[in-house]
Design a protein around this ligand. Sequence first.
Ligand SMILES: [Zn+2]
Length: 75
Amino acid sequence: MTNTSESDEDTPRVPVVCPDCETTSRVPLSTVADAIDRHNEQLHDGDDVAEVDPDVADRIADLVAAELGLLEDGA
Ligand SMILES: [Zn+2]
């Protein structure tokens, strides 16, 4: 029994897909932009090949809004 995954569950992870490399990796939301930049720079000469999985891209905005506390219910 370990609790080492405790902090992981606090961090929303988003799937990043790269059709050229045929890979999918889950990256913490806070570092996803850097991860994509680094991947594309190192493996694809800076071309925008890897990207956030389109299936979840729509939900990213909601996750970010929640992280930033923009979803306030006070009016
Ligand atoms: Zn790639």
